[in-house]
Design a protein around this ligand. Sequence first.
Ligand code: C5P
Length: 225
Amino acid sequence: MKVLAIIPAAGSGKRLKKNCDKPFIEVNSKPLLFYALNALESSPLIDEIILVVAKKRISKALNLVRRFRFRKVIKIIRGGKTRSESVSNGLKLLKKSNADLVFIHDGVRPFLEKSLIERCIKAAKKFGSSVACVPVKPTIKAERNGFILKTLERSTLLEAQTPQVFRKDLILKAYKNKKMLVCSTDDSKLVEKIGHKVRIVEGSNRNIKVTTPEDLLLAKALLKR
Ligand code: C5P
């Protein structure tokens, strides 16, 4: 089975308050994006990679791919205004590809363990789709106009991570719903909406998304260990 990875890395990193696109921030002397790409390049389960970056970062991304000899990166393309637009740009190239599974992983999640790649692909082969999840740690409340609307039952809640892996036909169908794309921050949500049951895979607490300055400190500390 051929597996093609799409790596959205076209975010602006506003929440990081750094004057540099988040995926290219140096973390322990390598760009943040290096770590996810390196995990995929090293995995025998991944065949090809499409990297999605901001238009003005395409040449920087090309340099990174050359510098670290990431041979699986077949295309570097520009992203869109939202994450789903960026993924959608990657999916446009899929129509011509002979891939069976699409493996989507945020470029800013550097701790992509080999075992997690394996779990997600194995489940998607069997069930058509998979999403890495971990139980939520805090108590989550819904809010309206400055007051608590309700408290959600923590034991039933999961935090969705990436990787998320889908059969090619499913993800292409899910991304046809342009209305849903506007408010989607998660690919599996779109697949749920077309009536497919997405399989849950055990994620990892190390698999953090580097979003805030605190996440960056944590990522640096974890990389040093
Ligand atoms: O913004 P968010 O935290 O959801 O970003 C998750 C991933 O999606 C990051 O790797 C980010 O670079 C990417 N992204 C993108 N295009 C955007 C916004 C985010 O590829 N317009």
